[in-house]
Design a protein around this ligand. Structure first.
Ligand SMILES: Cc1ncc(COP(=O)(O)O)c(C=O)c1O
Length: 476
């Protein structure tokens, strides 16, 4: 409905919701009193009251007796989280290719409300700054595109990455780093350097479907390990798995697992590295979302506890600077020579221009400032989406409370099949990622992953629609 055809109170509610979304009013802030708002907006007191009641029903604000209306705090969301996962206990082949390709087709369709991708919020990427750097680089150095940049990749970029890793407690030099085409290539090269077809890889469960796709493409078997929505992989379960299986490698998303949002606590990271080192099992660590932490403290990486070169740290700038530049890296430890050679045989090297642009961006400053901003924004958007889900979905719904990143993992009532929900949501112009994609054994039937990077009125309406669909499916 066009804005001027909406009832007045809806308009006031939507304008106020926009102020909350944009951060003008933050959680815990008092909204203007009903009387003041009615003067400001030149509407009646009952219109403002209706608008505030509407926002209260949406879960955005709350009335406090004798005090007025306040923006709800996200910490007040004390609803239960999903339990630790309980995957099947035997190794199996991955076969989610068909399902993944089907979902990927829809999650790149710009006409749909995109809750299905894990792409960052485009408004929170420094695109114009990077574009200006690219223009000046090509002007100053037009021959940049006339040559290859061979592995291990551009030195000034490796220097910048090494400096940040040292700050994060890793003993790493620029020579220890290989630049890759995104984090996915770093993972793929690490798997190819350590495993042969048929080998068993122990993984967190659930885990990002891209990593499952790499395992599937390489003909590897996976052993899914129970994973806690806050603390990540269960060390007891991993110990048991190692004692009963011949595990060739272990793979985790150490900080803010996609889709769980879990972050392995420091002590567990130390123990995980020590356990795997005792059994000479390499750890492939995906740390792609490490910089997007909501608390003050940047989480450590498992690599910082690695004394024997057995941790292969994989990451990229896809979540915080640009997914399209395809610049990532791996610190392969002992397997450096093998990874470098595999990188060369795969595609010679990474394009020099995006490497140079990112190196320059990191060097000329502004990255930390940028990170501080996006951390605040993502924390805020994740909080708003989780409140909206809890408000609009049936009461049995459980939502994770990630300490970083920007995805939510939602456990729906038992009866709801996420693939069926996916199909119905598509008909309403909305995408989501069905839980099936995050496990080799097609678990997580009644789970979905939502992208909470953006918060707009369209997205709020989409969450409302999803809530209605879930409710209907749960009752049918
Ligand atoms: C956990 C995780 N790893 C890797 C990737 C892909 O990274 P890249 O684009 O750098 O290859 C994603 C993208 O969504 C992701 O969520």
């Amino acid at each position: 409905m066009p804005a001027d055809k909406e009832p007045l109170y809806e308009q006031v509610a939507n304008e106020t919701a926009l102020l909350i979304r944009s951060g003008t009013f933050r959680p815990g802030d008092r909204l203007p009193s009903v009387r003041k708002m009615s003067r400001q907006k030149k509407v009646s007191i009952s219109t403002v009251l209706q608008a505030y009641i509407k926002l209260e029903n949406r879960g955005l604000i709350e009335a406090r007796p004798q005090s007025g209306y306040y923006v709800r705090r996200q910490e007040e969301n004390e609803s239960p989280e999903p339990n630790i996962s309980s995957p099947q206990q035997d190794p199996c082949q991955v076969s989610i290719q068909e399902l993944t390709m089907m979902v990927l087709r829809d999650i790149t369709n710009p006409r749909l409300v995109q809750l299905g991708t894990a792409l960052p919020n485009p408004d929170l990427l420094p695109s114009s700054r990077l574009a200006r750097i690219v223009i000046s680089l090509t002007r100053e150095n037009p021959s940049l595109a006339n040559t290859y940049d061979l592995p291990p990749g551009l030195e000034p970029l490796r220097v910048q990455i090494a400096q940040r890793l040292v700050e994060n407690g890793c003993k790493v030099t620029p020579n220890d780093i290989v630049i890759t085409s995104g984090c996915m290539e770093a993972i793929d090269l690490s798997l190819r350097a350590t495993c042969r077809p048929g080998d068993i890889v122990a993984i967190e469960s659930p885990i990002y479907f891209g990593m499952l796709q790499s395992l599937e493409a390489l003909g590897l078997q996976v052993l899914e390990i129970p994973t806690h929505p806050r603390d990540g992989i269960s060390l007891d379960a991993l110990r048991f798995a190692i004692a009963h299986n011949s595990i060739r490698a272990c793979m985790v998303i150490s900080n803010f697992n996609n889709p769980l949002g879990s972050c392995i606590p420091d002590e567990n990271k130390r123990q995980l590295v020590a356990l795997l080192a005792r059994h000479e099992i390499p750890l492939i660590e995906n740390a792609i979302s490490s910089e997007i932490h909501f608390s003050e403290q940047r989480p450590t990486v498992c690599k910082s506890y690695d004394l024997r070169g057995q941790v292969m740290l994989c990451s990229s700038f896809s979540k915080d600077l640009s997914p399209g530049y395809r610049v990532g890296w791996v610190v392969p430890g002992k397997a450096k020579a093998e990874v470098e050679w595999l990188k060369y045989t795969a595609n010679i090297g990474v394009a020099p221009l995006p490497q140079m642009a990112i190196a320059q961006y990191l060097k000329t400053g502004g990255y930390d400032h940028h990170l501080r901003r996006i951390r605040r924004e993502y924390a805020y958007n994740v909080g708003l989406m989780s409140q909206a889900v809890l408000h609009h979905f049936p009461s049995e719904t459980r939502v994770t409370r990630p300490g970083g990143g920007f995805v939510l993992w939602v456990q729906l009532p038992e009866k709801v099949d996420s693939l069926e929900l996916y199909k119905q949501a598509l008909e309403s112009g909305i995408t989501l990622t069905p839980g099936y994609l995050f496990s080799a054994s097609l678990q997580f039937r009644n789970f979905i992953r939502l992208n909470a990077a953006c918060w707009t009125l369209d997205i709020e309406r989409a969450i409302q629609t999803l809530g209605r669909l879930v409710d209907e499916m749960a009752r049918s």
